[in-house]
Ligand binder design. Structure first.
Ligand code: ADP
Ligand code: ZN
Length: 745
């Protein structure tokens, strides 16, 4: 990071003044040591939170003046000088406490968390306002200027006094070449001036007329508004079936936050797919919100970060990383689809954005609203315990009813050999299309086939780096690993027995369903929505528009189609493999499958025409299927809760995972065993493992897993810290700590 845009640089003066004040500076690096001490030269003013440039190992780094006293005993000769204080608003107390809190909770170095809060290097240089031209102050006051040619006169005519225009715009307006403009500048008739910044973050208008809320919605909105008006911390769970109008209701809380002059943050699980959401925001507030996600260009990123810090952004919509932005006065945080696993960051600092949103709201004295049609058991448990309030929207908005959900028992209605769509679903799609309505086929699996098998010798094509089968992607004629990205051409002969042409795809991926649907419904206009066909926001918007405009009859997709889309003409959803998420030993497999399938079901029948959902399953009696068919999600969650309570499984106990990995398998085993031997022994604490992680090999590293499970009243961070400190592991071994794991790969 280069530091420029200094507010102040030290005046020349001899170094080594012992009496100069010392400050602690936290650097955005994963250093275990925390903040470093520096000397603050006379003439520099650096309050707590100030962004400063300091030397580190011969390089210049940006950091933040942190809390706490510098060590007075450190010899002056060992102290280096702060080089400059940057011209950015200092990091506020709230965000500093938040950085520390997240670090302590996740067992990460504070600097690693700070790095997430400084994730926009460009923000630390002052915005480079673009240069343009205006008339010289004296110009035009005197007699006709002999230097004026007709071309030059045209330029002066195109530039009203007092206005600033860019050279290109001016030349274009005057119909002259840019050289004429430069000539006027050389002659001193034009002088440089800064172009006015375009207003990137216009203020959303809370009084902009929005939709009229129905009585239930209005009552819910009133309660949420009251929470915001209290200006203190509180969490409210907002539930309601898909299509009940939760978004309109919470936007009302955003309006209240705006009226109070505080900032609002909305976290969405998949911001790149949120075009329809943004349209609704614009309809409600007259302007677009500020955005924050990984695909922002660096300039927009820098300007957004700075505008947030300066209080110029009122509402920001972002991915989980937006939690670390420098809001000076956050009044409201909304987490939409709070149950989504996309809120969990799995590498680097391992944290759950929903949980950390609650923490940031508490530190900011802000209101927090968690929104979901299928809330997580964690959140429901917090409601039950009285820690969170609960507001529910009981019905779908307007005329729309909930879709009827039926299971298709694949044991009775088997698809044809080598096919994956069962006759009753084929029939239902035919009828839907015949009525001129839209149908959707959902399969949460990319590619053509999840497994490639040799018919002659039974050899299975697997990833050389991971415990995973290679997935065929037919269009690219390649086999791919969905974990490490390894890809290879489909071999013409079996690599094991050399038999030619015996490699056969087994099972369906979404591409294979497309192929089948093309044969079954050749006249239907199809769209495929998967991460390879919908690479970004523009493609997602185009797809959503073509569906809404009825240019499409059949939508085939992976979990992308389950997102909050509103497709009024879609009346049938067919789930090709409803059992898909249930395999594996994951604690939350059933809960997550229910959430996903309920969400995808919710795409059907959102306008007047009733919706229908068909679930293809081999387990129609599975509690997940029964809950989806009956619509009694509460009963399902109660059963889940009853299953987890006795063993102190989350949310009725605490859990942390330690993933030990090494390139050498024996080394991984040894390290895992040593950790196992050193595991804490305490009443109410249980250690499970070490055992091979389900992905026992990932990106060429062998992985072993230990779980620490503890009663809810036990603080696990001190136990973990102590545990890790007691074991000395070789540098080639990595231990990743995951507090509150949600995935168990
Ligand atoms: P949810 O977030 O609960 O799934 P939405 O907020 O997306 O529900 O609402 C479903 C649909 O109903 C959206 O198209 C939304 O614009 C519309 N809608 C909801 N409430 C109203 C209202 N009060 N007036 C008009 N349209 C509404
Ligand atoms: Zn792999």
């Amino acid at each position: 990071m280069r530091a420029s845009g200094r507010k102040s640089s030290p005046p020349n003066q001899p170094a080594g003044v012992a009496s100069a004040p010392r400050v602690r500076v936290l650097l955005p690096l994963p250093l275990a040591a925390g903040a470093y001490d520096y000397r603050l030269p006379h003439g520099l003013h650096a309050p707590r939170g100030a962004f400063v440039a300091v030397p580190l190992n011969g390089r210049e780094m940006l950091g933040v003046v942190w809390d706490g006293e510098a060590d007075p005993d450190l010899a002056p000769s060992r102290l280096r000088d702060v080089m400059a204080v940057l011209d950015v608003p200092p990091m506020g107390e709230t965000l500093r406490r938040f950085v520390e809190w997240v670090a302590a909770y996740t067992l990460s170095p504070p600097g690693a968390v700070l790095r997430m809060a400084m994730s926009s290097p460009g923000a630390f240089t002052p915005p480079s306002a673009k240069a343009g031209w205006q008339r010289a102050p004296s110009e035009g006051r005197n007699a006709p200027d002999p230097r004026m040619t007709p071309a030059r006169l045209r330029v002066m005519d195109a530039l009203p006094p007092g206005e600033v225009m860019s050279g290109t715009a001016l030349a274009e307006a005057a119909g002259v070449s840019p050289a004429v403009v430069r000539g006027l500048a050389d002659a001193g008739l034009l002088v440089p001036a800064l172009l006015p910044e375009d207003d990137l973050f216009p203020a959303p208008d809370p009084e902009h007329p929005g939709p009229t809320l129905l009585p239930d919605q209005a009552a819910a909105a009133t309660r949420l508004r009251e929470k915001v008006a209290e200006r203190r911390f509180g969490v409210t769970l907002l539930t309601g079936v898909t299509g009940s109008g939760k978004t309109e209701v919470y936007l009302d809380a955003v309006a209240e936050c705006l009226r109070r002059g505080r900032q609002a943050l909305v976290l969405l699980p998949e911001i790149a797919l949120s075009a329809q959401w943004l349209d609704r925001f614009r309809a409600r507030f007259g302007v677009a919100p500020a955005l924050w996600h990984s695909e922002l260009g660096s300039r927009t990123r820098a300007r957004t970060w700075r505008a947030v810090a300066e209080g110029g952004v009122q509402v920001l919509v972002g991915a989980r990383s937006a939690l670390f932005l420098p809001f000076p006065d956050l009044g409201l945080i909304i987490v939409d689809e709070e149950h989504e696993t996309a809120f969990k960051q799995e590498d680097g600092v391992v944290y759950h954005a929903r949980d950390m949103a609650v923490v940031r709201a508490r530190l900011s004295q802000a209101s927090c609203i968690l929104v979901s049609a299928t809330p997580s058991l964690e959140t429901l448990n917090n409601v039950e315990a009285g820690r969170y309030d609960h507001v529910d929207l009981p019905q779908r908005h307007g005329a729309a009813g909930m879709p009827g959900v039926e299971a298709i028992d694949l044991r009775q209605h088997a698809p044809e050999r080598g096919r994956f769509i069962a006759p009753p679903l084929i029939e239902a799609i035919r009828e839907t299309l015949a009525r001129g309505e839209q149908a959707m086929l959902f399969l949460n699996r990319r590619g053509y086939a999840p497994l490639t098998l040799c018919r002659a010798c039974g050899h299975r094509m697997r990833c050389p780096n991971c415990t995973a089968w290679l997935v065929e992607h037919r269009a690219q004629r390649r086999l791919q690993c969905h974990h490490c990205g390894h890809a290879e051409p489909i071999p013409p002969t079996c690599p094991e027995c050399n038999a030619p042409g015996t490699l056969t795809p087994v099972g369906p991926g979404v591409e294979r369903v497309v192929e089948e649907a093309t044969e079954l419904f050749p006249d239907a206009r199809r769209i495929v929505m998967a991460s390879d066909t919908i690479p970004g926001p523009a493609a997602a918007t185009a797809a959503a528009d073509s569906i809404a405009n009825r240019q499409v009859d059949l939508i085939i997709g992976t979990q992308i189609v389950a997102k909050g889309w509103h497709f009024p003409h879609l009346t049938l959803v067919g789930v090709v493999d409803a059992d898909l998420g249930l395999a594996g030993g994951d604690l939350r497999a059933a809960e997550r499958t229910l959430q996903l399938l309920h969400q995808v079901s919710g795409r059907a029948g959102r306008a007047e025409a009733p919706g229908r959902v068909l679930l293809q399953t081999f387990n129609p009696d599975h509690p997940v299927m029964r809950a989806l068919v009956s619509g009694d999600l509460d009963a399902f969650m109660a059963e889940e809760a009853a299953g987890r309570r006795p063993g102190h499984w989350p949310p009725y106990g605490r859990l942390a995972a330690l993933i030990v990995s090494a390139e050498d398998e024996r080394e991984a085993d040894r390290a895992a065993r040593d950790l196992g031997l050193a595991a804490p022994r305490a009443e109410g604490v249980e250690i499970l493992g070490p055992a091979p992680a389900p992905l026992a090999l990932l990106r060429g590293r062998h992985r072993r897993r230990l779980l620490l499970k503890a009663r809810k009243d036990i603080q696990i961070q001190p136990l973990l810290r102590d545990w890790l400190a007691r074991v000395k592991l070789p540098n080639s071994v990595r231990v990743q700590v995951d507090v509150d794991p949600v995935g168990f790969l």
